[in-house]
Write a protein that binds this ligand. Sequence first.
Ligand SMILES: Nc1ncnc2c1ncn2[C@@H]1O[C@H](COP(=O)(O)OP(=O)(O)O)[C@@H](O)[C@H]1O
Ligand SMILES: O=C(OP(=O)(O)O)[C@H](O)COP(=O)(O)O
Length: 422
Amino acid sequence: MPCSLRNKHLIPTIDDIDKYFGIKGSKILLRIDINSPIDPETKDILDDSRIRAHAVTVRELVERGAAVVAMSHQGRPGDSDFVSLGKHAELLEKHTGLPVRFIDDVIGPAAREAIKSLQPGEVLLLDNTRLVSEEIIEATPEKHAESIFVTRLAPLFNYYVNDAFATAHRSQPSIVGFPMRLPSAAGRVMERELTALSKLYNPEERPRVFVLGGGKVHDTLRILEHLHSNGAVDRILATGLVAELFMVAKGINIGEANLRVLEAKGLLSLLPRARRLLLRGLPIETPVDFRTLVDDHIEVETIGHIKGVIKDIGPQTVKMYTEIMKEARLIVMRGPAGVIEDPRFREGSRELVRAAIESNAYVIVGGGHLNSIIAELGLAGRPNLHISTGGGALLLFLAGEDLPGLTALAKSAEKFFSQLTG
Ligand SMILES: Nc1ncnc2c1ncn2[C@@H]1O[C@H](COP(=O)(O)OP(=O)(O)O)[C@@H](O)[C@H]1O
Ligand SMILES: O=C(OP(=O)(O)O)[C@H](O)COP(=O)(O)O
């Protein structure tokens, strides 16, 4: 069954490729997103959850008789996490239980020879796609279909499968170029994401409550602008640094120490945008109390009396947010409520995650930090919970934005899957 993209476009799945063209004996180019946190000193992979997730798709394609060539980016050129994928290959081998050959090349003669000689049942991982300079350029699918990256590799394959939901918001050759040249489909991780997220477009799934915290305040503000102007959210429960910014924008005194934190992070310049959103009626709740650090002592301080440095939300806020979540049909969470790297400040995030999962709502959680809380609480298998591999892509999708990677798959379907699209 193809997955439906906002009831408008159909995106073929692996089953469709198998049914209409046949996978056995084919060669498949598989775009995954195994971009992982990397230790800046040792260059070790700190979290392999994305590798584990994509291993399922790799194994299934191999079991269906394909030769699988996987590719992914890792970091951005110039950053400390921009590394080669040798260690990723070892982990992919561990999680698939299959031998995975790695080649430190992407589109050169060595990579092309390795691809040509790959046999059905075998797996090859190419090196970091962002070693190819074209891969950091944002352009249309038609333009990227003419890139050297795509024109060199596409003729070596029968199909392209995109499993990289977490990169679907980038219009780069490895995401949007190949679908213009090859019959293409969504992989299992992508399919799972789209199926879960399509629930959001069910008009009955309201009220929708977004619990947004963490430290990526620039990103979150942009997402809030989309969410609000598209009418995609009924209530926002702010935590983390996002909450602190909106409290200042509302004129609430958060104390000198916390203003300094916002200033040091360059967040005070976002105040006019936050105020504009408030003026336009953004339905956002902010905390009423916090766990703070005052001279190395943990205190619970209520607003109007904050002297310490804010580290987590307080118990009254947890209570208030829990009551609101009880009314929700859909809850989306991203970013922790506090500085959860310190175990003394995990309580707020733990309580909110627990309350969301125990509510009557369907819960979608994105971003690494809250996922670590879910793992710690042993809640990962709950039937009303979807743990997304995406961060920015997830929130932009939920904000109603078209993601280039998905649009390219839908366009490809029109070109190559007339059986599905009519
Ligand atoms: N009140 C706060 N003050 C400072 N940092 C905070 C606060 N609340 C959360 N954070 C920080 O936010 C970071 C995680 O945010 P983010 O990267 O946006 O989440 P995710 O990785 O889940 O997408 C953590 O490092 C955490 O310490
Ligand atoms: O980790 C990713 O994004 P995320 O941090 O928003 O989840 C994706 O791999 C995209 O990476 P990019 O933001 O360098 O294009």
